[in-house]
Ligand binder design. Structure first.
Ligand code: SDX
Length: 428
């Protein structure tokens, strides 16, 4: 895109001209600031799904969807996935800079020593049936944290950020253990963050369990890849709820709800169910490509397409190559991976997908890796929540500290009935 020459946009409406200031981003992205549009012209803009509307200026994550670029605080996702750790990326997203060794050690220590739940919170799990969707349990538990850790001044807010980062993985593991009728496994301070999650998920009191390095490394990388993605549906939800002054826990609880939808984070679960259905039907993916193209058929190729990426999602490429390596190291051969590859090849050669720039997104291959780790399908979106948590926190914190923030309150164009008188029921 050529660099911007002017600093205003001109809107002509009903014969009048309105000069609207421009917001120019680090990478020369252009935002037309319509803050004064309604007060000056009486008109609003209309953009269902906000596909062309910026809600804020943000310094956290940059995406170039046309070129498949993703950076956290300026660092390319590929470098972070290869060289960093999830805990370090949490620090980077929330604080804006990579930590020094002392800062990282202190951050790790805090996350380790705040990973226990208040014992009374275990009672909440007892009320859930084993079939309770883990995302609804997680959302409720995070909201319940407000009861144990009320908000307060900035020092309390910062401590609650640590508490949430430290305890979400424990809540996730406890929800899983409750769902399979196994005893809870408590966090162990000797473990790293990701190692401790896998240990609380898979250890049992009756035998020692050492987390395999290959699983810890693969999961740590997956959590990094999911850590933030600018103003996606769930991050925008966290910002919207937080803009009313609601607590971090209330805001993130709402974000978990948004992420659970099958068009958003719930897609990773739907992808595996789609691949299993294809596998059980004999493995012919071409029929499903045709179904996805049929506008009369509600079926969509789950894990494909993206509002922003009109090129390959860089995260999908990293996950796909990691799936090959991990399955090889574990000596696993997952037929669903072959089906996924054939599906990708078929779709990327098909005009329907090419014309609409539909490529695999972060959810297309992630489920294959989660399966290889032994995670149950219903926990896949919970994994997405664990990865996205530092991003939600960073977005919430940036929103709170931004002087431009006002309570989110979009307008509308009313298309309902014009004014009319009430008619008594006997006259209807
Ligand atoms: C995530 O925003 C983020 O950053 C999200 C995320 C993050 O990190 O936070 O990246 C994570 O949510 C990834 C997306 C996971 N969802 C899925 O994989 C579900 C399947 N994908 C689609 O439902 C869809 O692609 C969305 C929801 C991802 C994007 O929807 P849009 O931007 O509203 O696009 P659209 O529905 O307007 O589709 C445009 C066209 C339509 O066809 P036409 O009406 O032009 O004929 O593309 C078609 C759609 O029918 N289309 C698909 C398709 N996705 C879009 N057709 C078949 N299969 C698909 N997957």
């Amino acid at each position: 895109m050529e660099s911007v020459q002017t600093d205003t946009a001109t809107l002509t409406l009903n014969g009048a001209e309105y000069e609207l200031p421009l917001s120019i981003g680090t990478e020369d992205e252009v935002g037309v600031d319509i803050n004064t549009l309604r007060s000056e012209s009486g008109a609003i803009t209309l953009d269902p799904g906000y596909g062309n509307t910026g809600s804020c200026e943000s310094a956290i994550t940059f995406i170039n969807g046309e070129e498949g670029v993703l950076r956290y605080r300026g660092y390319p996702i590929g470098e972070l996935a290869e060289k960093s750790s999830f805990v370090e990326v949490c620090y980077l997203l929330i604080n804006g800079e990579l930590p020094t060794q002392d800062e990282l050690d202190d951050f790790r220590h805090k996350l380790t020593y705040h990973s226990l739940l208040h014992e009374d919170m275990k009672k909440f799990f007892e009320g859930y049936p084993p079939s309770a969707p883990p995302m609804s349990v997680l959302s409720a538990m995070v909201a319940a944290m407000s009861a144990y850790y009320p908000t307060g001044d900035e020092e309390v807010v910062d401590l609650n950020i640590i508490r949430l980062l430290a305890k979400l993985k424990t809540l996730a593991a406890f929800a899983y253990k409750k769902s399979i009728g196994q005893p809870y496994v408590y966090p162990q301070n000797r473990h790293s963050y990701t190692e401790d999650f896998l240990h609380t998920m898979f250890a049992v009191p009756s035998e020692d369990y050492e987390v395999p390095d290959v699983l810890e490394e693969a999961l740590d990388m997956l959590l990094i890849l999911h850590a933030d993605h600018e103003q996606n549906c769930s991050a925008s939800t966290v910002r919207m709820v937080g803009s009313s002054g609601a607590s971090l826990f209330a805001s993130v609880s709402a974000g978990i709800g948004a992420l659970s939808g099958p068009l958003h984070g719930g897609a990773n679960t739907e992808v595996i169910r789609m691949l299993e259905e294809i596998h059980e039907a004999g493995g012919d993916s071409s029929k499903y490509v045709e179904k996805a193209k049929d506008s009369d058929d509600p079926f969509r190729l789950m894990g494909f397409g993206h509002r922003v990426y009109k090129n390959m999602d860089p995260r999908a490429e990293i996950i796909k190559s990691t799936a090959d390596r991990v399955l090889d190291e574990l000596g696993l051969d997952d037929p669903l991976l072959d089906i996924a590859r054939h599906l990708e090849e078929a779709a990327l050669e098909d005009d329907y997908f090419i014309e609409r720039s539909l490529y695999p997104n972060v959810d297309f291959y992630s489920g294959i890796l989660y399966r290889a780790m032994g995670l149950p399908t219903e926990m896949f979106t919970v994994m997405f929540s664990m990865g996205r948590l530092p991003g939600w926190i960073a977005q919430w914190k940036e929103m709170r500290n931004d002087e431009a923030t006002r309570i989110y309150r979009p307008r509308q164009v009313y298309v309902g009935a014009a004014e009319r008188d009430y008619t008594p029921i006997e006259q209807r």
